[in-house]
Design a binder for this molecule. Structure first.
Ligand SMILES: C[S@@+](CC[C@H](N)C(=O)[O-])C[C@H]1O[C@@H](n2cnc3c(N)ncnc32)[C@H](O)[C@@H]1O
Length: 238
């Protein structure tokens, strides 16, 4: 199996945009919830783990005047995002930076991206950090937002019981069938990953654990605007 970075998911980057929509139920709806929670005055946005730029593009479509800085440690994913953002005409408003967001959490002085962001967004990336690093990252995000700033994250969560784990698994199987495929066929296209920087293959935490981390990180309002089986969008405001 081809070696990839944790979070790249597919052995071939070109398979990501189609494959992720077969693997995960309601992927587009999930990302759209993040963009809908951005206030109309949002301009400076930090994105963590942009991948192929699907969330980035959804934000630009809703906020064409936004300025987005996207971090991703994978040169292949960043290249793909950059190509799509350029084709869509938003390249002047986008800065893609090859960097590990765990490193940013630990040593922000090594990455000159500034602070005072109106929003920080992320999808399907932070669950690759272990729990102590998730907390550190949430604290860094909270400190990097302006007053009233928004943090929106979409991620899979750890099932609270074995019964729920089975329910979530069958929901994904049904979804794949509705897309005219099955999980085995989609998974045949996955790559294999080991530790890369601060990330490893899925290091899931329950939704409740992560909401508590957000409160501990100093966010004033914490909410879950969307949940579908194990997938959740959790949001927080400073
Ligand atoms: C599953 S993809 C999701 C991409 C995109 N946000 C989306 O929803 O389609 C996860 C991305 O996070 C990146 N990633 C994972 N851990 C990272 C880390 N520690 N620092 C920077 N990028 C990371 C991966 O390279 C990958 O591009």
């Amino acid at each position: 199996m081809q070696q990839i970075f944790p979070g790249e998911v597919f052995a071939n980057t070109a398979d990501f945009d189609h494959g992720i929509r077969q693997l995960l139920p309601r992927y587009d709806e999930m990302l759209e919830v993040i963009t809908r929670c951005l206030s109309s005055t949002t301009r400076r946005i930090l994105e963590l783990g942009c991948g192929t730029g699907e969330l980035t593009l959804k934000i630009f479509q809703r906020f064409p005047d936004a300025e987005i800085i996207s971090l991703d440690y994978s040169p292949r994913m960043l290249q793909c995002a950059g190509n799509k953002i350029t084709s869509a005409g938003y390249q002047q408003r986008w800065t893609g930076i090859q960097a590990d967001f765990g490193e940013w959490a630990n040593n922000p002085e090594n990455l000159a991206i500034g602070s005072g962001f109106d929003a920080c967004v992320s999808s399907l990336a932070i669950h690759h950090l272990d729990d102590p690093m998730k907390l550190k990252l949430f604290q860094r995000i909270s400190a990097s937002l302006s007053q009233g700033g928004y943090f929106g994250n979409a991620d899979p969560t750890l099932p609270e019981s074995s019964v729920l784990a089975e329910v979530y698994q069958s929901a994904r199987e049904e979804w794949a069938a509705q897309q005219g495929t099955n999980l085995g066929a989609v998974r045949a296209k996955l790559g294999s990953s080991s530790q890369q920087g601060y990330s490893s293959q899925d290091q899931l935490a329950t939704l409740d654990t992560q909401l508590q981390m957000l409160v501990k990180s100093g966010f004033k309002t914490v909410a879950v605007p969307w949940k579908y089986y194990d997938l959740a969008v959790f949001s927080a405001w400073t």
